[in-house]
Structures are given as structure tokens and as C-alpha cells.
Design a protein around this ligand. Structure first.
Ligand code: URA
Length: 207
């Protein structure tokens, strides 16, 4: 699995704002929007393009467009804050949604919402989830996509723990990961360290 770390200075300043415990939710969301633009921009370097004829006011020439715009899939709830900026960069894309919860009995991730096309063969998918912690829920989400025929999944996140990256690699699924940082690891509560806390609570307030 390819892993790309977006270590651009402007990405790191937005990440610092998000890590800082003093940052309020409005500023946190604004930093997440801007950082998502940078992470998706770097992820899109690998996208295939095709040429097509256009005319400028001066002369005919060749234009460039994405050959196969990806389906964007934010993972609810924390991925919601990345959805607008990804779609703004990829206006040709459509959006699906996956909502994941932990099953109270088995502790395994369970999808409570799968709003996805039935057939994903030939369609690249961009999964948005700010935190790759254990990787368990993301593997579950990506398996849903692969079960629908997807063979090309790019996960865009803000922070990834080495344990989560290993879990994604071990899944054997056709994945690529783009992140703004690989942090030290997980604590006993499965929070990323140093991390930024609960990405959903930081955006939307605690429940
Ligand atoms: N999910 C979060 O929101 N934060 C973490 O640190 C780990 C998982």
C-alpha cells in the first residue's frame, strides 16, 4: 500500500491549529477544510487525465480533464467536515456516504448507512476520514467498496497511527493512503498520540 505524507509547510500550520486544544470548533473546521484541500490536491496527482479539443479566444488547443473522476465517500460523522472541500476541488465527482457505528455486543464496526452506487467497478473512490487510528472501521468501510467491485481506493486523512497503517496494509485491499502526518501511536483508549482528540467532537461539539 502506497502511503503519501503531505508535509507541505502550509499543511503543517493547519494541522498545528487542529492539534491545539485551545482551538474552538469554528476555527478547527476552517483549518480542516483548508487542510483537506491540500491533502486531496496531493492525492489527485495520481489521477489519470485525458486531452480534448477546446478553443481559446485566440486559437484551438488541447484541454485537460480527469479521465475518471472519483466517487467521494466521507465516513460519518468525522469525515463530513472534509466533504465540501473535496467536492469543491472535484466538481465532476459524485458523493456517497458510509455511516459506521460500533456494535454494542461484538465491538466490531457496523455500517448503519451505506449510500453508495451498487456497482463500483471501474470507478475510483476517495474515502474521507480525518483519523486512521486502529484502522478497523476503515477496513470495514473499504471492504464495502471492494464488495461492490471497486479496485482503486484512496483514503484521505489528517492523522494516521502506525498501527492503523499496518492494519490497512494487512487487509490486502487495493488501498492508497494520503495523510498530513503519521503520529507516534495509540494510547490505551485508542486515541492517536499526540493526535488532536476526537475529530468529531472537535468539529461538532461533544455529545
Ligand atoms: N478517532 C478520533 O477522532 N481521534 C482519535 O485520536 C482516534 C480516533
Amino acid at each position: 500500500m502506497d502511503v503519501l505524507v503531505v508535509d507541505h509547510p502550509l499543511a503543517q500550520t493547519r494541522l498545528t491549529v487542529m492539534r491545539d486544544a485551545r482551538t474552538d470548533s469554528g476555527v478547527f473546521r476552517a483549518a480542516l477544510h483548508e487542510l483537506t484541500t491540500m491533502v486531496v490536491y496531493e492525492a489527485a496527482r495520481a489521477f489519470a487525465v485525458e486531452q480534448f479539443p477546446i478553443s481559446t479566444p485566440v486559437a484551438p488547443t488541447q484541454g485537460t480533464r480527469l479521465a475518471n473522476p472519483p466517487l467521494i465517500v466521507p465516513v460519518l460523522r468525522a469525515g463530513l467536515g472534509m466533504a465540501d472541500s473535496a467536492l469543491a476541488l472535484l466538481p465532476e465527482s459524485s458523493m456517497g456516504f458510509v455511516g459506521l457505528a460500533r456494535d454494542e455486543d461484538t465491538y466490531e464496526p457496523r455500517a448503519y448507512m451505506e449510500s453508495l452506487p451498487g456497482d463500483l467497478s471501474g470507478l475510483p473512490v476517495l474515502v474521507l476520514d480525518p483519523m486512521v487510528a486502529t484502522g478497523g472501521s476503515l477496513v470495514h468501510c473499504c471492504q464495502l467498496l471492494v464488495d461492490r467491485g471497486c479496485t482503486d481506493v484512496t483514503i484521505c486523512c489528517v492523522l494516521a497511527a502506525p498501527e492503523g497503517i499496518q492494519r490497512l496494509k494487512d487487509s490486502g485491499l487495493p488501498l492508497r493512503l494520503v495523510t498530513a502526518s503519521i503520529d507516534e501511536g495509540l494510547n490505551e483508549k485508542m486515541y492517536i498520540v499526540p493526535g488532536l482528540g476526537d475529530a468529531g467532537d472537535r468539529q461538532f461539539g461533544g455529545m
